[in-house]
Design a protein around this ligand. Structure first.
Ligand SMILES: Nc1ncnc2c1ncn2[C@@H]1O[C@H](COP(=O)(O)OP(=O)(O)OP(=O)(O)O)[C@@H](O)[C@H]1O
Length: 482
């Protein structure tokens, strides 16, 4: 039965004048469900459920998991990489014949399939080994966030222990690294005939180096693991597969580590736009039938190909475009959604990289970015002279410190090392000298927008027309002036 009441809603309180006196609720509390036994609550739940279901039913995705960065895909979705597959199959075959596979070094830029291919082959070896009654194990550790050699050893213990369902048997701290290493060898000896240790992003395991000449942690670890196997400190066969983006990785290894690790190299080159299209094509069924416009896969691939052919990036764009379509309640994924996804990705990258810059550096970069954005001419490269004058004008309206032209050039060199811009020197004809010009790696509009909110430049929003005319006056002066 419904209760009769009158309602008074203020900004913060809701007053129910019930028969037995007023009841006052905080408006916020009420929103999260204080009327737990009322019809209103039921209809609110129904409406939330309805909206959730509507979101699921109307989604453009059929199997979004296929575009999840961590999904292990079936073999039939792997495109190309035949040479790398052949090599790794050849190197790992001995594991099925009672012999030790060689150590391996897989290198290539990020998103080129290193983890995918090694994991796919290891999975098959594991299935075959199980079928013939051999105990083959795979221990994976991503070294990206591991800060020291000791921590890396503990992570190996932990990963091995979880894999075989035993207690790590050593605490994370309070015992020596050697004790942890011994426990690791013990777990391996007791549980496996053959083991592959996959060290992903191995070059990031640098550890605490007091001196730049100190041996990096990865060098020490690779030495220990390869020696332990050679010296028989582990009963079964142990091989290490190290994955890295750094083609010069071996140059940084200590001599002893280099000679005991002594890996077989497997190179993973960049993908081109056609290969990326094929990779996305095999995951097309992540989407419902007929929701993808024709240009979606080529455009996502083209953007990712510009960025050294990173398959992860192509897949991310392909997924984010669908997420944008869903957010906008549209039933088709259009090219505009891919462009939106690319802008979001650039904005994220810009934001992350900008965190290290000081306000003056950000201002210099902002002044440079708005030149092509506001220019009436088709301007790809920004002359430093124009950008510096715009910088001066902006510091003037903001009433902030104005740094010298040399400082501005220095800040921009730093922006170059962060890969926001590339620079070139260009002559302006006989007797006119040489000037420096900057080209933005990402869309300068995105860089300018991101910087504008980051350094709270809202106060110059009102001066936008004025700044636009200053930019164009400076450009005209530079190109047409004497
Ligand atoms: N040849 C391929 N066929 C199908 N999918 C691929 C292929 N190469 C890469 N991918 C997909 O791209 C994404 C990135 O691949 P992967 O993680 O293997 O790259 P990586 O080279 O190990 O990168 P990183 O160096 O950053 O760790 C994964 O989702 C993977 O499934």
């Amino acid at each position: 039965m419904k209760t009769a009441y009158t309602l008074l809603i203020t900004q913060e309180f809701v007053v129910f004048n019930l028969a037995h006196g007023p009841h006052i609720y905080l408006w916020k509390e009420l929103h999260v469900g204080n009327m737990s036994d009322g019809d209103e609550q039921q209809s609110l739940s129904q409406s939330i459920k309805g909206r959730l279901q509507e979101g699921v039913q109307n989604s453009v995705f059929k199997d979004k998991g296929l575009l999840d960065p961590d999904t292990v895909i079936d073999e039939d979705r792997i495109v190309g990489r035949d040479q790398q597959l052949d090599d790794i199959i050849t190197y790992l075959r001995p594991a099925l014949q009672g012999n030790r596979p060689p150590n391996m070094l897989l290198y290539g830029p990020s998103g080129t399939g290193k983890s995918l291919i090694i994991n796919a082959v290891c999975q098959q070896v594991q299935e075959l080994a199980n079928a013939q009654g051999d105990r083959f194990g795979v221990i994976r550790v991503n070294c990206q966030t591991i800060k020291s050699h000791d921590r890396a050893v503990y992570r190996l213990v932990e990963s091995a222990a979880i894999g075989v369902g035993v207690d790590p048997g050593v605490p994370e701290s309070g015992v020596s690294t050697d004790q942890k290493l011994n426990r690791f060898y013990e777990i391996l000896s007791e549980n496996f005939d053959s083991v592959i240790i996959i060290l992903d992003e191995v070059d990031l395991l640098v550890g605490r180096q007091r001196d730049p000449n100190d041996e990096p942690a990865y060098s020490k670890l690779l030495y220990q693991l390869s020696r332990a196997s050679q010296l028989g400190r582990i009963e079964g066969d142990v091989s290490v597969a190290a994955l890295t983006n750094d083609p010069r990785f071996m140059e940084n290894l200590d001599g002893r580590a280099e000679s005991s690790f002594n890996p077989q190299d497997i190179v993973f080159p960049d993908y081109d736009a056609n290969q990326l299209q094929a990779i996305l094509g095999r995951r097309r069924d992540a989407y419902r039938d007929d929701v993808l416009e024709d240009g979606i896969i080529p455009l996502s691939s083209a953007y990712a190909a510009q960025d050294h052919g990173d398959a992860r990036k192509a897949i991310d764009l392909f997924r984010k475009a669908g997420e944008i379509a869903d957010r906008q309640g549209e039933d088709r994924v259009r090219e505009e959604h891919v462009r939106g996804a690319q802008k979001e990705a650039e904005r994220d990258r810009t934001l992350t990289q900008m965190q290290g810059l000081s306000t003056q550096k950000k201002l210099s970069l902002y002044a440079t970015a708005i030149v092509p954005v506001y220019s009436q001419r088709n301007l790809n490269a920004v002359p430093s002279t124009v950008a510096y004058r715009v910088y001066q004008y902006i510091t003037d309206i903001l009433d902030t410190d104005e740094k010298s032209r040399d400082s501005y050039l220095r800040y921009m060199s730093e922006a170059e090392t962060y890969n926001f811009v590339t620079s070139d020197k260009r002559g302006r004809g006989y007797g006119s000298g040489v000037h420096k010009e900057y080209t933005f790696v990402d869309d300068p509009e995105v860089v300018a927008e991101t910087l504008q909110s980051d350094i709270r430049l809202e106060e110059i929003e009102n001066d936008e027309d004025l700044i636009r005319s200053v930019v164009n006056a400076q450009i005209d002066d530079f190109f047409d002036g004497k």
